[in-house]
Design a protein around this ligand. Structure first.
Ligand SMILES: NC(=O)c1ccc[n+]([C@@H]2O[C@H](COP(=O)([O-])OP(=O)(O)OC[C@H]3O[C@@H](n4cnc5c(N)ncnc54)[C@H](OP(=O)(O)O)[C@@H]3O)[C@@H](O)[C@H]2O)c1
Length: 348
């Protein structure tokens, strides 16, 4: 069999500040041909996941507990692909798999690196490219959301937040409020994701809307942004409210208003607010817990896969990364990969 080089997205320079769009530092390159060894498979990628944390992994160092992208090498990330050549008995040609070696036209995967996508559970394999694991962990294990809760979710139209807000509803919360940027996203939260109310952080008065929507205070908060939205949530916390701190988008994006909110300690003390930052390490238990509930709630019509599905090449995925950080898209951002004739240069 003739093996041709295949294209991949390579980091050409580290990011040094959040104002730099990722696309200015990434490029599509042709990798040398590689053949699967015994136990490995060659996968042709069909869908690429795009997430906010990729921007952080482009810095030389980051506090995110994942390996940073290495200079001059292909980056990595969640993808779905189809096995096109197999030297692994358990993964025959044609198996559709989920894996973390994306941002490539083709990936060579060894034992424990490719997870077959179950048939018939979701309408398409891309439904597994969601950020439900941290959303579920934060809402259920950290904030303990359940019957009767009044829940606030920041970044609620984003990848993690859209799942977190719906999980809160599925867990029996009495009232779920999402914060998102712009009237169109706010409408989306209520009309399409079934939240009880939405606040547009570009145009609404956060305090005024929270007073109106949650007069007795919020009992749980899932925070993906930090910054002013965290500060407002604390001002409206009910006694004993549980805060699950997931992300700091306000500090991860160009022009953001800072991921380091001021903590009004006296308000936290008086209201005995339980503030729990968390990191999701995607343990097998966390993945299993989410996947079980996702399949069940999806089948019952209680949760939707909030997503933006784009079409294109790896170059389109690079552009999508810029767009995600700029707030252009909503839900989990996925690129359905078309042909890969966009390789421009030869990698070292
Ligand atoms: N703790 C964990 O275990 C864990 C795991 C995974 C991810 N995370 C974190 O979770 C967060 C969400 O990740 P994601 O991939 O789902 O990203 P995302 O929410 O899809 O990120 C894009 C969104 O950020 C929002 N945004 C942009 N500028 C903002 C600003 N100044 N203030 C508030 N929001 C702003 C925009 O939404 P609007 O247009 O609606 O403002 C945009 O659509 C990130 O901080 C990520 O690092 C944490």
């Amino acid at each position: 069999m003739t093996v041709h080089g295949s294209s991949a997205v390579v980091l050409r320079a580290h990011r040094t500040n959040v104002a730099q769009p990722p696309s200015s530092l990434l490029e599509v390159a042709t990798l040398p041909p590689q053949e699967p060894a015994a136990g490995q498979v060659r996968v042709r990628n069909l869908f690429q996941q795009v997430i906010a944390a990729n921007g952080d992994l482009m810095f030389e160092t980051t506090q995110i507990p994942a390996p940073v992208f290495r200079l001059g090498e292909p980056i990595y990330g969640g993808a779905i692909g189809s096995v096109v050549e197999s030297r692994a008995d358990d993964l025959p040609v044609g198996t559709v798999v989920l894996h973390m070696s994306g941002w490539r036209e083709e990936s060579i995967l060894g034992p424990g690196e490719a997870f077959p996508v179950p048939d018939g559970v979701f309408p398409g394999p891309e439904y597994l490219l969601n950020q439900g694991v941290p959303a579920y962990h934060g809402i259920v294990d950290i904030a303990g959301v359940g019957d009767g809760d009044v829940v606030l979710v920041s970044g609620a139209a984003g990848g993690v937040g859209s799942m977190a807000a719906q999980i809160a509803k599925a867990r029996g919360a009495a009232y779920v409020i999402g914060i998102a940027g712009g009237p169109e996203k706010a409408r989306y939260l209520v009309d399409e994701l079934g939240l009880d109310a939405a606040i547009d952080h570009h145009n609404d008065d956060l305090d005024g809307r929270l007073t109106e929507l949650a007069p007795d205070g919020i009992t749980a908060f899932f925070d993906t942004t930090g910054g002013p939205q965290f500060e407002a949530a604390l001002r409206h916390a009910a006694f004993g409210a549980r805060f699950a701190l997931c992300g700091t988008l306000a500090g991860q994006v160009a022009g953001g208003d800072g991921g380091h909110p001021r903590l009004d300690i006296m308000t936290a003390i008086v209201h005995e607010v339980q503030i729990r930052p968390f990191t999701t390490l995607h343990t097998p238990g966390q993945i299993q817990a989410w996947n079980t509930h996702y399949a069940q709630w999806y089948a019952e019509g209680r949760i939707r896969f909030a997503r933006t599905l784009l079409e294109g090449t790896l170059q389109r995925a690079i552009t999508a990364q810029d767009e995600l950080l700029a707030g252009v898209h909503r839900g989990n951002v996925i690129v359905r990969l078309a042909s890969h004739d966009d390789a421009a240069t030869v990698a070292p």
